[in-house]
Design a protein around this ligand. Structure first.
Ligand code: HEM
Ligand code: HEM
Length: 167
């Protein structure tokens, strides 16, 4: 969903002013708010459940880098939709989730705030691109160079198998 939002956000911003541009933004905003809800649920789940241990061969710096980059990705995944919502509120556009549910403004209207929120949205987008290059590169490195189970254990049902083996 996040990767789709990159494409959608980029196309919407660069599309010439037209009813299609408005539609692209309606989808961008509705999907973005849906991502915010899913990420908050994921964070609650992550804080209350165990995660499978990292492979034993991983050195301390690798564990720290993995942990830090994951935490940063969660931070960016919350900041992206929130800053988008602030842009919308500062611009005083009505925000309707999938054209159905009216959402309140979360910030006062104002051009200066809108410009600042746009800068945050844009900057965090590039921060997320950098983190994802590291993230996807690391996943491929684990799979093809280290040849461990980090990538394949993302498949459904794997966590249950790993937990059974650990208990
Ligand atoms: C995970 C969620 C999101 C991602 C990954 C994302 C990504 C992007 C990207 C890549 C752009 C184009 C680059 C830019 O000008 O910043 C963009 C623009 C924009 N997004 Fe989002 N977005 C998200 C959520 C939202 C939400 C929830 C809203 C509003 C409720 C929103 C409102 C906007 C607006 C108004 C723009 C145009 C900004 C401008 O004209 O400078 N976005 N977004
Ligand atoms: C081609 C795309 C991607 C691949 C191959 C990939 C792969 C992986 C792998 C292998 C893990 C480690 C799981 C483990 O420790 O067992 C992981 C975790 C994670 N991924 Fe991705 N990922 C991708 C895209 C993304 C995207 C787009 C995001 C969102 C920004 C993301 C966010 C995360 C986070 C936050 C974790 C840590 C999960 C946790 O421990 O709570 N990933 N990913």
């Amino acid at each position: 969903m996040i990767l789709g939002m990159f494409v959608l956000g980029w196309i919407a911003v660069n599309y010439p002013m037209s009813p299609t541009k408005i539609k692209l933004f309606v989808w961008h905003k509705s999907l973005g708010i849906s991502i915010l809800i899913l990420v908050l649920l994921r964070i609650a789940w992550r804080l209350t459940d165990r995660t499978p241990a990292l492979p034993n061969h991983m050195r301390t710096w690798e564990r720290r880098l993995a942990h830090t980059s994951h935490m940063l990705m969660y931070l960016v995944m919350v900041t992206m939709p929130l800053s988008g919502w602030v842009i919308n509120s500062a611009a005083n556009f009505p925000l309707k989730l999938y054209g159905l549910i009216r959402l309140p403004n979360i910030a006062p209207a104002g051009k200066a705030l809108q410009t600042q929120a746009e800068l945050v949205h844009f900057t965090f987008f590039w921060i997320l691109v950098a983190l994802l290059l590291l993230h996807i590169g690391a996943a491929l490195w684990h799979h093809f160079v280290q040849r461990d189970e980090i990538l394949t254990r993302m498949l459904p049902g794997t966590t249950r198998r790993l937990r059974k083996a650990a208990d």
